[in-house]
Ligand binder design. Sequence first.
Ligand SMILES: [Ca+2]
Ligand SMILES: [Ca+2]
Ligand SMILES: [Ca+2]
Ligand SMILES: [Ca+2]
Length: 486
Amino acid sequence: MKSRTRSLTHLVLILSVLGIFSCASTQHRTGGPQYDSNPFIIHLDIPAPEDDKGSMIVVDLNNDGLKDYLVTVPGHIAAYENNGRKLWILKTDIRLSMDSEKWGLPGQHAPGIQAGDVDQDGQMEVLFLTEDSTICCLNGTTASVEWTARPAIPRGAVQWEHLVIACFRGEGDTDLLLQATNKDGYRMGRYLSAYRISELCKGHLKPIWEMDDFLACAHTAARVADLDLDGRDEVIGGTLVSSAGQKLYQFPLTGHIDAVAVADVRPDIPGLEVVALEEGNRRSKQRDRVFLANAGGLIWQANHENREPQDAAIGDLDPARPGLEVFCRHRGTGLAAKPIPKEKFPANGYQKPFVFDAYGNVISDYSTEDVTPEGWTPMGLQVCQTIHWDGAAKALVVATEREQNGNVALIDPIGGEFLLHLKNEKADRLFVVDVSGDWREEIVILNGNELHIYHHEGPNADPGRASLWEQPHYRRNKMTWNRSTN
Ligand SMILES: [Ca+2]
Ligand SMILES: [Ca+2]
Ligand SMILES: [Ca+2]
Ligand SMILES: [Ca+2]
């Protein structure tokens, strides 16, 4: 009887998350337009991904006020309008990669593409690198080539592997950061060069600044954000670098960083904070830590039983607590009662995720085996991304099944409860982004060569709230993401 009551409570919760118990349907929606179908499906005229190369970003390419889709797979870039109409497809040897420690950047599931109004003429440009280190700048609406440039490659690198549009001089999206890994051994993105785009496009290839000892994340490319809110972007990785190329802070690692994120974790501290997740040296007591830092240095560091956190999802996961919380997707090592046979899953077993509050205290801890529904892999979760789903203050998490192109679920990260299980999905890529611009985010799945876009059907719990796109770091975060960083 008890379990029947629990099941009923679960059903009500799931239906209300889906908006099915809501009497207010479309009429009460405010903010941007939502799709009529759910999911909205876009058939892409490009091959399905066959490995971990490429993914997508969402940006208004054609200036109609609606977000469009830019999808990358090896050999192809596809641009589709918000309504699903093909804008253009370009066949090109765009630089994409898999595990960056072996193959170089931009890494697994990284889009490898940027879009912005880099010449400040009111029209969007699309920028990417080709395999021969050429920067290509396209007209966002037509894909016609506006210019190309091929800056010198650092001596220790094979090629330029990653690019990020940045604002280093306080003049909007008019600067560009390039990154490359060392060519020998364990590859990390130690080489950075910053350029003025107005010079690059004229063939003037001298950087504004450059660096050959950036401490990069192990599997993730550099990203940028204006941490200290002075109108200029800092570079984010294991080293935090100023807009002028000066080192501000470096995390005291015993191993490497698996994931990094930027958010206003501590509203009581001016500016934005950086969360970094360490995979530490097994022989050190200082390992598998979560760090919180800003442009001024370390704010806190903490570990939870030296359990290795591999992905983080940062958000207001518990609105009753001050600031933002940090959900850590645990690597998993067979700590649970039912260890996975080693031959089946060599490195990772059952996961025990945990959540830190904004001050570094553990506020939640559970096993995925206690929360995953029938049919979900015992490997647990992966590609965990924060989502503002229904407009309520509380942020949730979306994740895929671990180590497979499988199902997708919406989860309460505090207790791990599965609120929505998309059982028919085989997600090659999972991306959370506010397509409709009403501060509620959509779940965007690349399944083969189809995009499946899921939205919350109920009313927006806070329709007056500003769109997430009004936060400059949201735009930056959503353009430079990969499998472990969102
Ligand atoms: Ca558009
Ligand atoms: Ca432009
Ligand atoms: Ca700044
Ligand atoms: Ca802050």
